[in-house]
Design a binder for this molecule. Structure first.
Ligand SMILES: *[C@@H]1O[C@H](CO)[C@@H](O)[C@H](O)[C@H]1NC(C)=O
Ligand SMILES: *[C@@H]1O[C@H](CO)[C@@H](O)[C@H](O)[C@H]1NC(C)=O
Ligand SMILES: *[C@@H]1O[C@H](CO)[C@@H](O)[C@H](O)[C@H]1NC(C)=O
Ligand SMILES: CC(=O)N[C@H]1CO[C@H](CO)[C@@H](O)[C@@H]1O
Length: 241
């Protein structure tokens, strides 16, 4: 993922710069960054964070959830979003408002933070880089590392099984076409985030999301987004957020 990110760094930087520079008042607004799955705040991501900070002239930091790499795979997104919520409330520098930049799966954490976090400091601008907001048709391929074997074993189970939902983060946004009943009944994250259950829609989530000053969505090809579904597949069922 680091390689792909490097290739896209120019594009991303331009997008981010545009955002940060077209809104004069946001010049000194701090930002936080959420990395993608299998990544961590140290390493390549810290360079990227530093680069964004250098180019935008805004202080920024990567917000780590749990231990980073492993937790990005195994901690359910509900829990990740609630940890993010607690962390931002403790960061004094964010209390007057802040911006969010998120990469791939980090966008699901970011949106959970924006929508579900009560009494949180306001999010001003949100830049989404390759966010699988409408879900993915399959769990992203695990390229290497100690977690792959465990993750792959668990994935052989039913994706909407409670155990998988509670132990594999990306299962929270798998949305398999043709399995909408199971998805709406048993997926523990995306249906709530996207207000997709007609009897459980919560206008507070939507209000918080639409209160953003700017929303920038950057599509990235060739990333885990190979599995991302297009709008057409979901025109009928997608929630109103
Ligand atoms: C971070 O950037 C420095 C130079 O600015 C470079 O030497 C280093 O290899 C980079 N680290 C990663 C993990 O990309
Ligand atoms: C950011 O700026 C600092 C200070 O000028 C510099 O040392 C650092 O290498 C820069 N980092 C990146 C990733 O551009
Ligand atoms: C909607 O979400 C808000 C914020 O979390 C919560 O306070 C409220 O009780 C929820 N409303 C319903 C009807 O569940
Ligand atoms: C996963 C899936 O069903 N994807 C389909 C979404 O719709 C496009 C056409 O609009 C198809 O090409 C995809 O196969």
């Amino acid at each position: 993922m680091a390689n792909i990110l490097r290739r896209h760094v120019l594009l991303l930087t331009v997008a981010t710069l545009l955002l940060f520079s077209t809104v004069p008042v946001s010049n000194s607004i701090p930002f936080i960054l959420f990395h993608g799955i299998g990544d961590k705040c140290s390493g390549g991501v810290s360079n990227f964070t530093q680069l964004l900070s250098n180019l935008s002239g805004s202080p920024g930091s990567c917000l780590e959830i749990g231990n980073g790499e492993a937790d990005s795979w195994f901690m359910p997104l509900t829990h990740q979003a609630s940890l993010a919520c607690e962390k931002v409330k403790m960061m004094k520098e964010l209390s007057q408002g802040y911006n969010i930049v998120a990469q791939s799966q980090g966008n699901l954490v970011a949106r959970g933070l924006i929508e579900f976090c009560d009494n949180a400091p306001p999010v001003v601008n949100y830049v989404s880089l390759g966010g699988p907001h409408a879900g993915i048709a399959a769990i992203p391929k695990c390229s290497s590392g100690p977690f792959c074997a465990i993750a792959e074993a668990l994935m052989k189970l039913e994706i909407y099984n409670d155990f998988v939902q509670d132990h594999i983060a990306p299962s929270g946004y798998v949305k398999i076409p043709g399995e909408m009943t199971k998805y709406l009944g048993h997926s523990k994250y995306l249906p709530k985030l996207n207000n997709e259950r007609p009897d459980q829609r919560n206008s507070t989530f939507k209000d918080r999301f639409v209160s953003l000053h700017n929303l920038v969505l950057v599509m990235m090809m060739g990333l885990i987004l190979c599995c991302q579904l297009n709008r057409q597949n979901y025109t009928e069922k997608t929630g109103s957020v």
